[in-house]
Design a protein around this ligand. Structure first.
Ligand SMILES: Nc1ncnc2c1ncn2[C@@H]1O[C@H](COP(=O)(O)OP(=O)(O)OP(=O)(O)O)[C@@H](O)[C@H]1O
Ligand SMILES: [Mg+2]
Length: 289
């Protein structure tokens, strides 16, 4: 982790309000929801930041703001020092490519009638990162291998894969465009413990290989402790605690963090081992997922 370099992303005094006259992207005009309130956070190269907090605390809204999907009501998000809003206006495609987000439900983010290969090819072709389809196919095979799937998975449709395999496909697709930042929004929820551990190990390994900056959104402080360098704890849109993962986990200062930790069952042994090599994941691939 580089701590002296310029942050990849800096979030400054970010406030997002839904509803009312200041609404941006709001579903409902009647009520006003202050989803985020004065959040300031830096993301550095090769760093994983975990966002934790209860349902409705603002985690997804912050993740979406970091990748430019949620415009701030007030405050700013900068990508390597440049205001994201301006970058998106000037060169939308290139800026969006650098910032990727993967959501919890892989089924919802994959088009049912597209094969896995076509789903991964799509961003490569859209962003003109490959010369032709044959070139794209070669990339697809590499990407599938990177996330521990096999070349023959390229010809399957999402319904022909397990939940864990589908999640690997969405990760491969996000990685296809070589992003600087990958936001993972509850991507291991809904997976059983052993597959969850394997997806987490995969992400940890990819970070080292590809020098990614991660934002890892989770309800689970124990998972945050395993994957993150720093943890930010959100409560009703406010950041109540922010610091090195070990410190937040072992010596939580805020009563809300303490209550979150107390409320959670301890983590199954499967997730406690850090930095298992990708080889370990691949060797058992396809057996249980
Ligand atoms: N488009 C929207 N219109 C109106 N309110 C919204 C919108 N998106 C989110 N909210 C509200 O903003 C608050 C934060 O929502 P957000 O989805 O960021 O929470 P979260 O921490 O990700 O929750 P969860 O853990 O359930 O996914 C909630 O009160 C939510 O109802
Ligand atoms: Mg959410």
């Amino acid at each position: 982790m580089t701590t002296t370099s310029q942050p990849v992303v800096s979030v400054e005094d970010l406030t997002v309000v839904f509803g009312g006259s200041r609404a941006i992207g709001s579903a409902s005009r009647g009520t006003v929801v202050r989803a985020l309130e004065d959040i300031s956070i830096d993301l550095r190269e090769d760093e994983t930041l975990a966002l934790v907090g209860e349902s409705g605390s603002g985690k997804t809204t912050l993740g979406r703001a970091v990748v430019g999907l949620q415009p701030p009501t007030r405050g700013s998000v900068r990508l390597r020092g440049q205001p994201l809003a301006g970058l998106l206006r000037r060169d939308f495609a290139r800026t969006r490519r650098r910032l990727q987000i993967v959501f919890q439900d892989p089924t919802g983010s994959l088009t049912p009638w597209l094969t896995v290969g076509d789903a991964i090819c799509e961003p490569l072709l859209v962003h003109r990162l490959v010369d032709d389809r044959a070139d794209a196919r070669r990339w697809v095979v590499e990407l599938l291998e990177l996330v521990g799937l096999r070349p023959e998975h390229a010809d399957r449709r999402p319904r022909e894969l397990s939940g864990g395999q589908r999640q690997r496909v969405t990760i491969a697709r996000a990685l296809a465009v070589a992003p600087d930042v990958l936001v993972c929004d509850e991507i291991t929820s809904g997976l059983d413990a052993s597959i969850r551990a394997r997806v987490i190990n995969l992400l940890t390994d990819l970070r080292r290989q590809l020098h990614l900056t991660y934002v890892f959104i989770t309800h689970d402080l124990h998972v945050a402790r395993v994957v993150a360098d720093r943890i930010a704890v959100l409560q009703e849109g406010r950041m109540v605690e922010y610091g090195p993962a070990a410190q937040v986990f072992d010596q939580p200062q805020h009563p809300y963090t303490q209550s979150l930790l107390a409320a959670q069952p301890t983590l199954a042994g499967a997730c406690t081992q850090r930095h298992r090599p990708v080889g370990d994941i691949r060797s058992t691939e396809g057996v249980r997922e």
